[in-house]
Design a binder for this molecule. Sequence first.
Ligand code: ADP
Length: 366
Amino acid sequence: MESSADLEKFKLAVDNAYDHIIITDSDAKILYANAAATKITGYSLQEMLGQNPRLWGGNMGKKFYEDMWKIIKIDKHTFHGEVNNIRKGGRPYTAEVSISPVLNDKGEIVYFVGIERDITREKDIDRMKTEFVSLASHQLRTPLTAVKWFIEMLLDGDAGTLNDEQSKYLRNVYQSNERMIELVNSLLNVSRIESGRIIVEPSPTNIASLVNEVVSKLKPTMAEKDIKLVLKIEDNIPSIDLDQKLVFNVYENLLVNSTKYSFPEGVITLAIYKEGEFLISAVEDHGVGIPTHEQERVFLKFYRGTNVVKEHSEGSGLGLYLAKAIVESSGGKIWFKSEEGKGSTFYFSLPLSGMKSKSGEVTLSA
Ligand code: ADP
């Protein structure tokens, strides 16, 4: 800053910025706070100066702050994160935070600059959207199930014998209704995962038996396309504490996809093996593959490959999004490699140490 007029201009700009900005010394003692900081936290400038930002923060648990201090003090990098803070008077708020160290020419920390943006409203809106989808899909299930029952009764001849054409049309209606039920279930599961209300209930699991259950369920679908499934499950995989419903869903999703996107009479290989501290599962097919330029979008909600939408109109683009959410919340990773026209391999890892249990309100809907 050249002149004191420039400095004044600069100070005015920071004073009046929309985001909360504070400057502390290297011991986190507050030296400066702008108007937005007093507005967001509810503390006056006098109440803030000389204090520690714990005045409104400090509610995130020990590990969070240990990680934060390591980044800003030892690595001397900017920390970004989302924090739950408390305004003066006790009202909580959520903020997107970045804290950067300011170094002198010897590389020593002289100040920290903390910037917060209050995102409480955005979070609320997001939560309301999730709740709306959850409620709407829940309500939609009841009439769809009723439709299913009545079609089943008609097909069984409960209301008199149907001629071939009537049966054919009704089977089509039944199939469409089944797809709608699947879609509504996927939407419900996505909203349940996103709301963080899902119960995680790990129990000792023999992975080979779990996989066999999934395979039995999918046998008819695979048989329709003459798909051959090869299982390569490593010996001596220990029992792992897993939430079987969640992991079942991941295997089912990947195997359904590889069946759906394989050519008829294709071969799918499911390999399961240990690697370091993880159990890796790899589902390989030789089907249509995923176009290279779309690969970074594969795990996004509602993504559907441009090479599949015409022929497979029935997908929702929610399966992989859900699988990713399940795997990542279990401490694992999911990834893939794919070549258009040649095939794809989807991998996911789960910690051999197992999943952590979590109390919640709902489970996945099957
Ligand atoms: P859905 O299969 O219902 O469309 P997913 O979320 O499971 O939804 O998959 C998203 C998209 O990713 C699919 O529409 C398809 O384009 C692509 N995809 C997933 N798995 C495979 C696979 N094994 N081979 C080729 N494309 C795949």
